[in-house]
Design a protein around this ligand. Sequence first.
Ligand code: CO
Length: 401
Amino acid sequence: MSQLRITDVQTILTAPEGVNLVVVKVYTSDAGLYGVGCATFTQRFLAVKTVIDEYLKDLLIGRDPTHIEDIWNTLNVQSYWRNGPVLNNAMSGVDMALWDIKGKLANMPLCDLLGGRSRMGVAVYRHAEGTSKEEVLDNLAKFVEQGYKYVRCQMGGYGLEGQEIWSPKDSFQHGIYYDPAKYMRSTIDLFQSVREKFGYELQLIHDVHERLAPSDAINFAKEMEQFKLFYLEDLFSPEQSRWFENLRQHSSIPIAMGELFNNPNEWIDLITNRYIDFIRVHLSQIGGITPSKKLATLSSVFGVRTAWHGPPDLTPIGHAANIHLSMHFNNFGIQEFSGWQDPIYEVFTDCPYIENGYIYLSDKPGLGVDIDEEKAKKYPYVYRQRPWTQSRMPDGTMWTP
Ligand code: CO
């Protein structure tokens, strides 16, 4: 039995790019040995911090940090009610930090600890966006020039018209308005132009972002088949995921799903019935590395590939966890990556790096990324309501974001 013990758990809040990030640091009785993890739930970051500081810390101090499986299961059931985004993100911060410690103890990068690399580098996709077709095509050309082979194309963010109505809080119309019919027409027109200009070598992705009614979504998927997408993402909301069975009877378009999932019951049927082609959960949203490696293994049995969620509201520590899993698992599909600005490189050290459309990890043990807490203080968290999670139909009806 190891004599190593957890001695402290700290939560660090920082916003180097104006997006609130949550980092957990787990200290051990071996001076200098600690781990870091990502617990970022940017829309409810203070709730996550409270769970860690007020509930998990006490439970963790004195435990052996090498017992990751036991600790994860203990944290999962100890509050009796489980599987929510706040608790899962808090657990993820701890879980990633424990894997980081385990890697440091073994003197191995996480992907080696998991069983070794399946590939030399991890192919990533970037986001070509714009408010007009020309802008999207220009941004896409820049990514192609930089060597990216996979690009997601979105006009006006997630099918929005850029028509933000940001009225005072007490007004009921507060939100961003979009028109589903216009979104479908303009997206089909965009992809027509993308294929005309760039041909069929480029791998294309599009994210519907659960913004269509199910029957419209099925017709849209059928129309999009002609563009030979790598995949179409979030065609239905998680609440409507039974529609995937229906979709499979009408269309062979590759489907990616899962960034909003919290609970294994949300993915078991989709995977075991082969209703989706790519599973793209947000690692911290399901509780970290421990549940994600089980999910990846289940997916591999049914021929479902991974496409872990990699948005800007994720620390480089969280991105590194994604990339280690992508590097290791045979059933890897693609990795989303959003790119970083200078302040991120100031706060986080040894970040993964891009070369010719592939992302690589530092060869440090564990997750390989660290946080400079002094530099993190330069970018304190900011509190603001984000408009994009208040999407409305043309008549003002609230819709899934
Ligand atoms: Co998405």
